[in-house]
Design a protein around this ligand. Structure first.
Ligand code: PHE
Length: 361
C-alpha cells in the first residue's frame, strides 16, 4: 500500500514544481486545491496520521517536505502576482515630462517685512533681534512705563510668570511691542561705549527690530492676539525731530509711491517725548476721502517720537550728549494697505488659496 502513498507524494511533488498562477484568483484556487482542509496535501496528511508508528517514522520527512515545497511554490507565485499587479496598474512612461513641482509662495507679511528692511537698510539701518519671551524690565520698566500704566495690565499682557501683587521687573511675559529690543540694543551699545578702549564701537546706533508681538485681545477681523512690528531706532549726537520726519517721509514714498504724503499727529508713548502718530495719504482715493480711510483721506501706519531722556539714562546712555528717535510700525497694517487684506485672521490661518496669491519663492 505504501508504494501508492509514495507515488502520491512523488506526483504531488512533481506538480508542485510546475504550479502556475497568472493572478490572485488562480493563486487562491491553487491554495485551496493543495493546502485547504479538503486539499490534496492535507488529504495525504490525514492518511499519514492513520499509519502505524513505524511507518509514520518512515514517511514523516517526505510528507513534511512535500508540504513545504507546495507552500514555498505558492508563496513564490504570490510575490510574482503582486509585482505584476502593481506594475500593470501604474502606467509607467519613463519618457514623460514630470509634473511641475509647486514651489510655494512667500508669506505676504514676510514680503512686506523684507521690503521695509530693504528700504531702511539703504539709509544705514541694520537688523537687530530680541526675545519674544521677555521680562517686565525690558518691555515696560526701562521704557519709562509707570508701575500702574494700563498697558502692563493683565488685560493687555500675556504673563508667563508673575509675582503676587504689584508687577516686578523680573515678571516674565510675552512682549507687547518690539520697543523692548530698543532697551536691549541701547544697553549693549552703552556698555561697548564705556569699554571702547579695547575695541572700536560705532559712534551712533541705527537699528531695525522686526518681530512678533503679543497682546491679550479677542481675535476678530481687526484684532489678533499676535501680530508683527518693525521697530526703528536712531541714537546719535544732535538728532532732531526733523530727521525723524524726513526719514519717515522717505519710507512712505518708497513703500507707497512718490505721490504719498505724510501727516504727524501729536500722541503719547511713555518712552518718547514728544510722541506722534503718522498717517499717510490714502492711496485708494488719493486723499479725497473714501470708506477705507473713513472719509478722512488719511490712514494711520505708525507710532514714533524722540527717545525720552529717561529711557536713554535707564540704558546707560548720557542724555545730555545723545538724542535719538524711534518708531514702530505694524507689518499687518502696511500689508493691508499694500494688498487690501480685509481680515487679519487670513495671515495666520495657512489657507493655501490665500497664500498662493502672493509672489512665488
Ligand atoms: N511701541 C509702540 C506701539 O507698540 C510704537 C512705538 C514705537 C511708538 C517707537 C513710538 C516709538 O504702539
Amino acid at each position: 500500500m505504501n508504494t501508492t502513498f509514495k507515488e502520491k507524494i512523488e506526483t504531488l511533488k512533481a506538480e508542485a514544481q510546475n504550479l502556475q498562477a497568472k493572478n490572485a484568483e488562480e493563486l487562491e484556487q491553487l491554495r485551496q486545491k493543495y493546502l485547504s482542509k479538503k486539499g490534496a496535501v492535507t488529504a495525504l496528511f490525514d492518511e499519514f496520521k492513520l499509519f502505524p508508528k513505524e511507518e509514520k517514522a518512515q514517511w514523516g520527512a517526505s510528507v513534511n517536505q512535500l508540504k513545504q515545497q507546495v507552500e514555498s511554490r505558492i508563496s513564490e507565485l504570490r510575490d510574482a502576482v503582486t509585482v505584476h499587479c502593481a506594475s500593470s496598474t501604474v502606467n509607467l512612461d519613463l519618457t514623460r515630462t514630470p509634473d511641475p513641482i509647486a514651489m510655494g509662495t512667500r508669506h505676504p507679511l514676510s514680503l512686506v517685512r523684507e521690503q521695509i528692511i530693504d528700504i531702511f537698510s539703504r539709509i544705514g539701518f541694520t537688523v537687530a533681534d530680541g526675545p519674544e519671551v521677555e521680562d517686565d524690565k525690558h518691555v515696560f520698566g526701562m521704557l519709562n512705563f509707570a508701575p500702574e500704566h494700563p498697558a502692563r495690565d493683565m488685560q493687555d499682557t500675556f504673563f508667563i510668570e508673575k509675582a503676587e501683587g504689584v508687577q516686578k521687573p523680573t515678571d516674565i511675559l510675552l512682549r507687547t511691542h518690539t520697543s523692548s529690543v530698543q532697551t536691549r540694543v541701547m544697553t549693549q551699545w552703552a556698555k561697548q561705549l564705556a569699554d571702547s578702549s579695547t575695541h572700536q564701537v560705532p559712534d551712533s546706533l541705527r537699528v531695525l527690530c522686526p518681530g512678533r508681538v503679543f497682546r491679550n485681545e479677542a481675535i476678530s477681523a481687526r484684532a489678533h492676539c499676535f501680530f508683527h512690528q518693525v521697530e526703528g531706532l536712531y541714537i546719535d549726537k544732535n538728532v532732531s525731530f526733523a530727521d525723524l520726519r524726513q526719514v519717515l517721509l522717505y519710507f512712505a514714498k518708497e513703500m507707497f509711491g512718490p505721490e504719498t504724503q505724510i501727516r504727524l499727529r501729536p500722541s503719547y508713548f511713555p518712552f518718547t517725548e514728544p510722541s506722534a502718530e503718522m498717517d499717510i495719504s490714502c492711496d485708494l482715493c488719493g486723499g479725497k476721502g473714501c470708506s477705507f480711510c473713513k472719509g478722512t483721506g488719511w490712514v494711520e501706519i505708525l507710532g514714533c517720537g524722540m527717545v525720552d531722556p529717561n529711557v536713554l539714562e535707564s540704558c546707560g546712555i548720557d542724555s545730555k550728549v545723545y538724542t535719538g528717535y524711534a518708531f514702530g510700525l505694524g507689518v499687518e497694517r502696511i500689508t493691508n494697505l499694500k494688498y487690501r487684506v480685509k481680515d487679519l485672521r487670513l495671515f495666520s490661518e495657512n489657507d493655501i488659496r490665500f497664500l498662493q496669491q502672493f509672489e512665488s519663492c
